[in-house]
Ligand binder design. Sequence first.
Ligand code: SF4
Ligand code: SF4
Length: 149
Amino acid sequence: MPSFVILEKCDGCKALDKTACQHICPNDLIVLNKETMKAFNCEPEMCWECYNCVKICPTQAVEVRGYADFVPLGAAVTPLRGTDTIMWTVKFRNGTLKRFKFPIRTTEEGKAVPDGGWGTGTDDLKSPVLFTEPDSAGLPNIPSLKVTQ
Ligand code: SF4
Ligand code: SF4
């Protein structure tokens, strides 16, 4: 089920140039109605249900109706993202609340090193092994099959 905006909770990201949900959607699906200052998903059939807009919304105004294999039917799932953790609140049909908190970072915000500090070498694009290997695999070489003619 695609994402949808709960209008009462949406404040239009307080009239920033681009709202948080517009900024994060990989499909550019979110539109801000400039008159009402409320966002909405303009093409629900194109939504991947990636939850990016749900997680980034500062007012918890975006929801996705979860499939039954992810959350029991009729339950609501709401994330609250902090700088180093995310807490998911599941509200069941009978009103029961359960909360799950998970770490989302291993480094402080803004301190992540893009290549993880692994040596990449100058011939990386020609190499058959993955980026940062073999160093990140803790091996001197990545084992490979020998091709015999
Ligand atoms: Fe509204 Fe949330 Fe989108 Fe901001 S991120 S425009 S508050 S739905
Ligand atoms: Fe875009 Fe993902 Fe939100 Fe769907 S769930 S509107 S694809 S950010």
